[in-house]
Design a protein around this ligand. Structure first.
Ligand SMILES: NC(=O)c1ccc[n+]([C@@H]2O[C@H](COP(=O)([O-])OP(=O)(O)OC[C@H]3O[C@@H](n4cnc5c(N)ncnc54)[C@H](OP(=O)(O)O)[C@@H]3O)[C@@H](O)[C@H]2O)c1
Length: 336
């Protein structure tokens, strides 16, 4: 395999404020795929909440994975989901050709999406449907996939009442639309400035948590499922608005709430089930399903804006400031 040249990438050499520690460089060596991998020329990547937590090393576990005092050399490019075209193929990789348009979740290789090229293990590749643009496709592997997985765990049936907390975010924007596409009656919780956007994604009711205590305001409801992407309340508060056999699925928010739900057992009453997001279905299967839903126009990724590579640190800053509605996409072809 012929080795290519250097590439542009956003790298972070220290933990801290994304606008201070991340920088655009143009001298990163383009990586070489091994026999089970492909090299993808990235067309688009998307901004995810995980990246902002990693850059700040908010939790000790991040330092254990990415490097104790500073990110280790091999893990300095973030960006967990990509859409692009295959440039080089390892000799064991079957079913793909140079030039194929693909989509991938690259969390298992610690990211690499905020760059012109990335290595992807062939197991993580999904072919991009022609009807879905690279920009839309890049929003799917983490946010769209997590929303689909959450809805599977919620086991939604048509007519079910579903509550989505954190509805205005990357995962929430997909959650609202997927639940609606599955025939649910959706109540969404978000902050004041984002209410109109969430309504535009077809939520049936929107509760503004800045105006009132949303859980208190919803007492009297019996939801079949709660899908929580912003778990900053004690999850046990939801048991009063869940059906006796209702399901609560925690996707993100406070890390310690996640640990509590995952490891410390029960919050619910009766046969209520409290779960932290786990993979019940292959990630690639969920990605394909969400891409098909987009191709069939059943859902539409809520892209707030498309930015160039150099603007990634500012985009992570916006996520921290909570001024993002839906998703931000990085288009590598946009002028720097
Ligand atoms: N396990 C997985 O596979 C997986 C996959 C994707 C994401 N996640 C996790 O899921 C969470 C959401 O991800 P995302 O991409 O949707 O993030 P996001 O785009 O930043 O959206 C999160 C939403 O939560 C709301 N929020 C933020 N801070 C809040 C607070 N302190 N109190 C109440 N609401 C708050 C914000 O809405 P308002 O401004 O309207 O309040 C924001 O729109 C993150 O923790 C992420 O790490 C997990």
């Amino acid at each position: 395999m012929k080795h290519l040249k250097l590439m542009r990438a956003i790298v972070f050499r220290n933990y801290g404020d994304p606008q201070e520690v991340m920088e655009l460089v143009d001298d990163r060596k383009i990586p070489k795929p091994n026999k089970n991998e492909v090299l993808v020329k990235i067309e688009c990547a998307s901004i995810n909440a995980a990246d902002r937590y990693i850059v700040r090393a908010n939790y000790f576990i991040i330092r254990m994975v990415f490097g104790l005092f500073r990110p280790s050399k091999k893990k300095r490019i973030l960006g967990m989901d990509i859409a692009g075209t295959i440039q080089l193929i390892g000799k064991n990789v079957k079913g793909y050709q140079v030039g194929d348009a693909v989509v991938a979740d690259i969390r298992k290789s610690f990211g690499g999406g905020y760059a012109e090229y990335a290595i992807v293990n062939a197991q993580h590749l999904v072919k991009k449907p022609e009807a879905v643009s690279f920009e839309k496709a890049a929003t799917v592997p983490i946010s769209g996939q997590a929303a689909m997985m959450g809805m599977i765990l919620c086991s939604i049936n048509p007519g079910d009442k579903v509550l989505i907390n954190g509805a205005s975010g990357g995962v929430g924007s997909f959650g609202v639309q997927i639940a609606k596409a599955q025939g649910a009656y959706v109540t969404a919780i978000c902050s004041t400035k984002k209410v109109e956007a969430v309504k535009s994604w077809r939520a049936d009711e929107v509760v503004d948590y800045r105006e009132k205590d949303s859980i208190k305001a919803l007492i009297g409801n019996e939801f079949d499922a709660v899908f929580d992407t912003a778990s900053f309340e004690c999850p046990s508060r939801y048991k009063q608005i869940l059906k006796k056999d209702g399901k609560y699925v925690l996707v993100g928010g406070d890390f310690y709430n996640m640990l509590k739900v995952k490891f410390l057992g029960r919050f619910g009453r009766g046969s209520q089930k409290f779960m932290a997001l786990t993979q019940k279905v292959e990630v690639t299967t969920n990605i394909k399903t969400v891409l098909e839903m987009i191709a069939d126009k059943k859902i539409k990724p809520a892209i707030q804006k498309v930015i160039s590579l150099k603007d990634v640190p500012d985009a992570l800053h916006s996520l921290e400031q909570r001024t993002v509605v839906g998703k931000i996409v990085v288009n590598l072809n946009k002028e720097v």
